[in-house]
Design a protein around this ligand. Structure first.
Ligand code: SAM
Length: 274
């Protein structure tokens, strides 16, 4: 194959690859290797440790679905916490909803935010909004001692290896439950239903012991391995499937119909999370 290629290894026998037109940035931080690449067909791409985080081609699908689903389920989401998400895309989507008065981003690696500000302004522009506060800290440490402080918490993390490992474990989810107000909602990206079903089952079972309502929903993100991606939502009061009329801040991907459809799961996934 001619040209330079980027490959993200998913399994020992499987990778997702695309052509690299230009390497715009590459550095190693204390946490990870950060790359910004100009690719074909995904356009600008942020990769951490050679794992695709986001691309300008399909980032709207991921960021709208991780942010607008919970914000539309909560009747008045004023205080939002995003853990991870240093590229800014999730914060940008939260700010499209009219309710938030404060959006706090807790990102472990300041360089992800700085690099995104430099190369991916279409994602990071919302970070300069006066409602946004940024803390550079490990999400698990940030939550210690927080009680009833947030209406919606979104875990927009890297895969469950390295610094993000603790963001997929029960003590962290229990801290989140305490940090959420009585009508609070948690959403986390929970990987591919085809390649990470065991992880999804584990997260679902753990959350079932913590939240009265737990639902999984899906979106199609072509640059992620397998294309089909899951999000898990835990809710103290409101069932996301019951939301009909109050949907606001629709986007390029998200709409009231997509909201309903996203919770309809294929049989193999539905059967795994009964
Ligand atoms: N949309 C992406 C995906 O699913 O691949 C995730 C994007 S965002 C860039 C993930 C961020 O989580 C990274 O910038 C990483 O530094 C941050 N992160 C990883 N572990 C963390 C932790 N323990 N606390 C806070 N942020 C963390």
């Amino acid at each position: 194959m001619p040209g330079t290629w980027f490959s993200e290894k998913q399994l020992d026998s499987l990778a997702i690859s695309c052509v690299v037109k230009k390497i715009l940035h590459s550095e190693r931080t204390p946490y990870q290797q950060i790359k910004v690449l100009d690719t074909d067909p995904f356009g600008l791409m942020l990769a951490l440790d050679d794992v695709i985080q986001t691309t300008v081609f399909d980032e709207f699908a991921y960021h709208e679905m991780i942010a607008l689903v919970p914000l539309n389920v909560h009747p008045d989401p004023k205080r939002i916490l995003v853990i991870g998400g240093g590229d800014g895309g999730t914060v940008r989507e939260c700010l499209r909803h009219p309710s938030p008065e404060e959006v706090t981003l807790v990102e472990i690696d300041a360089r992800v935010v700085e690099v995104s500000r430099q190369y991916l302004p279409q994602l990071s522009s919302g970070l300069d909004d006066p409602r946004v506060k940024i803390c550079y800290e490990d999400g698990t440490k940030y939550l210690k001692g927080k009680e009833s402080a947030y209406d919606v918490i979104i875990v927009d993390s890297t895969d469950p290896v390295g610094p993000a490992r603790g963001l997929f474990e029960e003590p962290f989810y229990r801290q989140i439950e305490r940090a959420l107000a009585p009508e609070g909602i948690l959403v986390a990206q929970t990987e591919s239903p085809f390649y990470n079903l065991d992880l999804i089952k584990k997260v679902f079972a753990t959350w079932r012991g913590i939240f009265p309502t737990v639902r999984i929903y899906e979106a199609v993100i072509p640059s992620y391995p397998g294309g089909l991606w899951t999000f898990t939502l835990g809710s103290k009061k409101h069932d996301p499937v019951a939301v009909r009329g109050q949907v606001v801040a629709a986007g390029r991907y998200y709409s009231p119909a997509v909201h309903q459809a996203a919770f309809v799961l294929p049989n193999f996934l539905q059967g795994a999370v009964r």
